[in-house]
Ligand binder design. Structure first.
Ligand code: HMG
Length: 417
């Protein structure tokens, strides 16, 4: 009997603070339209010192257990995908395992490959379910990151922070994966990296976009029937009712979609031509409606693609079980193109917990406050910082676990109230 596999439950967490990007642009002496139209970003999540990768991952996991009736004992595998881990050896998943109260008979580990880390975890969880070794138990895959490039860098308006938790099981109620085909791409490139001695990422920004597009087209060609033999079928790509992309900034999803449309059609898309106008219309129908979380949170690295998915599962208006495509890109680089079917009734389940309410409950900070919070977060990541007192209480009441600093080289986590 064919085993079904997909997403049974999904929830996200985001810091309680955000910065308006038009205000950041003014402070940096940049035309606000560059950030809002050029990059497609409206707001950026600001992580306080208490909002580290562990606190955010626990936040998404707790929301998931609150919102869906999932028995903690049924979770047999916990994978945290992150590129902003808090330790060189101990995985984020071990703290998360404790704070979510999971069973000792639950395997736990962390996966890393820049923004691809959670997709790597999702694929491992999928294989675990398909192999039969899950034996009816479920996998909890959590993407969690704090994206930092540093104050006054070119990457600054593309920072962000957040987490997405997903239960992968043989009883998908939200999204069923199509597992008959695979499309991935790997190549060693220096487009974006973060040395062990740096809290901020280093990036060759424009080159990273070129690497992303190359990986997208190569992954698609491996996935699409006939594409590797030079006979890609445009109808195949058109069959997806929505196309979701890793979006370090919202405009990247537009660049990706247009590049893929041109590639599939085997033509160049020149501005101010009817073909270009049709491509923009296609983008506004199949991609743009699902970018709100990404444009109001910023880059969540491993979580970015799944933020688009969370938004689609609530906002998508479909007949039956439509097919959609998902593309994950991790710098360095690794990429994956996959497809799935939205389960009937998914939107009704997610509309009980509207994501806009979670976003609208946040508090806006000024550029000055954001800069101070960035500096405070860096200070908290030092041995002895526990003595500094309570962290900025940005997550209080929402997250329930906050990072309180380091004492005797051990990270301290405490309930937020
Ligand atoms: P930049 O060089 O300062 O910006 O940084 P720009 O000059 O390229 O301008 C950005 C856009 O704004 C352009 O649009 C401009 O035309 C437009 P485009 O031509 O590209 O469509 N613009 C304006 N629009 C309206 N009014 C104006 C105006 N002025 C300019 N007045 C860059 C941009 C993205 C390079 C920078 O923010 C950066 O380095 N970000 C980080 C890297 C990144 O996000 N790369 C994306 C691909 S790699 C990836 O996705 C992986 C990643 O998530 C990491 C991981 O895997 O772990 C990053």
């Amino acid at each position: 009997m064919k085993i079904r596999v997909g997403i049974e439950a999904i929830a996200f967490d985001v810091p309680h603070l955000y910065l308006d990007l038009a205000e950041l642009a003014q402070a940096r002496g940049v035309d606000p339209a560059k950030y809002t139209r050029g990059l497609g970003q409206r707001q950026m999540a600001v992580a306080s010192s208490g909002d580290d990768t562990v606190a955010l991952a626990v936040g998404a996991g707790r929301r998931l257990f609150e919102q869906f009736q999932i028995d903690r004992e049924s979770v047999g595998l916990l994978i945290v995908g992150t590129e902003t881990s808090v330790d060189q050896s101990k995985p984020v998943s071990s703290y998360v395992h404790e704070h979510l109260g999971l069973s000792p008979q639950c395997r736990s580990f962390e996966t890393k490959h820049a923004c691809y880390g959670a997709m790597a975890g999702l694929q491992a969880a999928t294989d675990w379910v398909l192999s039969g070794r899950a034996a009816g138990r479920k996998a909890l895959v959590i993407a969690s990151d704090v994206a930092r490039y540093g104050i006054k860098t070119a990457g600054e308006p593309t920072q962000g922070a957040g987490s997405v938790a997903m239960v992968i099981s043989s009883e998908p109620r939200l999204l069923e994966f199509e597992t008959g085909r695979q499309g991935f791409f790997s190549q060693q490139v220096m487009d974006f990296w973060r040395p062990t001695y740096s809290k901020d990422a280093l990036v060759d920004g424009h080159y990273s976009m070129a690497c992303y597009i190359k990986a997208l087209l190569a992954s698609y060609d491996m996935y699409a029937p006939g594409a590797t033999e030079g006979a890609s079928e445009p109808g195949f790509f058109q069959s997806f009712q929505a196309c979701l992309y890793h979006a370090p900034f919202a405009k990247m999803a537009q660049k990706a979609h247009l590049a893929l449309l041109a590639h599939v059609a085997g033509t160049e898309l020149l501005p101010e031509t009817p073909a270009y106008a049709a491509a923009l219309e296609d983008y506004s129908r199949r991609v743009a409606p699902y970018l709100e979380l990404q444009s109001r949170i910023g880059n969540t690295y491993t979580g970015s693609l799944f933020m688009a998915l969370r938004s689609l599962l609530e906002d998508g208006v479909f007949q039956g079980s439509p097919a959609i495509s998902l593309f994950s890109y991790g710098s360095g680089c690794a990429a994956e193109f996959m497809t799935a079917r939205v389960c009937e009734g998914a939107a009704a389940l997610l509309r009980r917990h509207p994501y806009r309410l979670q976003l609208d409950a946040r508090t806006r900070v000024s550029v000055d406050e954001y800069e101070k919070l960035m500096e405070a977060a860096a200070r908290m990541d030092q041995n002895g910082s526990f003595a500094l007192g309570s962290p900025e209480a940005s997550g209080a009441g929402a997250r329930k676990v906050l990072f309180h600093g380091v004492k005797d080289h051990q990270r301290q986590y405490r309930p937020s109230h």
